[in-house]
Write a protein that binds this ligand. Structure first.
Ligand code: PGA
Length: 252
């Protein structure tokens, strides 16, 4: 922890991404010990991989159970067939769901429906979250353009789960997974910023120097819809967990 950092949002700087992932996993383990039926908000991407690996390890060691938990992922691409290995559902299955004891019927992602059905699917997702009493603990990554979930710059602070068009930077970052930018879906369903802000606790992980500039903007600039992650300022329980590289422009 660097007590000298002056940021609008609380943050902790760890010596490595692995150390930050261990800290987040440890927090989750402690929360689950006190309240096993936790409702989780979960991200995909490169950033949470070490965190999911640690959850899997803790589970194998008999130190963590998600048997009574529920999960809601942030987003899902549209335009992929159900079961497509490049979908976030498939990614979550590989990285986490197949590794732990979270019951399959309590793992939620938006369904990859036809665009015309997206408004109805978005309402269904919001309703599901309401029915379980809201999200207790939400983990986020941050895109190089400041997006959280697929809330691209310009997303309203009050936005709800909805169909979104992906930005060029987001499409470029996904190109590797899809074997070229031309194959990346252009649309997705994402939880809204308003939906995210209703989570009782929010943790954001960002690692590596490619995130340094956006981390600085998100944590130090006046909150603005042009940097969606900056809108987390003012939430009652939000913290960024960084490594030295992503934090390198803070405190300057
Ligand atoms: P990344 O993506 O973890 O792959 O960097 C983060 C995000 O786009 O939210």
């Amino acid at each position: 922890m660097s007590p000298t950092l002056r940021t609008r949002i609380a943050c902790t700087v760890y010596p490595s991404a692995g150390a930050a992932a261990l800290a987040v996993a440890d927090e989750l383990r402690a929360r689950l010990a006190g309240y096993p039926s936790l409702v989780l908000g979960l991200p995909t991407g490169n950033t949470p991989v070490p965190f999911y690996q640690e959850l899997s390890r803790l589970h194998r060691a008999g130190l963590l159970s998600l048997a009574q938990a529920t999960s809601f992922n942030l987003d899902e691409y549209l335009g992929l067939a159900p079961g497509d290995p490049r979908s976030f559902r498939a990614w979550m299955q590989t990285q986490l769901f197949s590794q732990v004891d979270l019951p399959a019927n309590r793992t939620h992602l938006p369904d990859p429906v036809e665009p015309a059905a997206a408004p109805e699917e978005s309402r269904r997702y919001e309703q599901l979250i309401r029915e379980v009493g809201g999200i207790d603990w939400m983990l986020l990554g941050i895109g190089r353009n400041g997006h959280i979930g697929f809330n691209e710059p310009g997303s309203a602070r009050t936005s709800r789960t909805r169909l979104v068009e992906l930005e060029a930077k987001t499409i470029a970052d996904a190109a590797k997974t899809f074997g070229g930018e031309q194959h990346v879906p252009r649309r997705a369903i994402t939880m809204g910023i308003g939906t995210i802000l209703e989570a009782r606790a929010i943790r954001v992980m960002a690692f590596g120097s490619a995130k340094a500039e956006i981390v600085q903007r998100a944590l130090t600039a006046e909150p603005t819809e042009l940097v969606p992650a900056s809108l987390l300022a003012g939430h009652a329980d939000v913290r960024f967990l960084l490594d030295a590289e992503s934090a390198q422009l803070l405190g300057q």
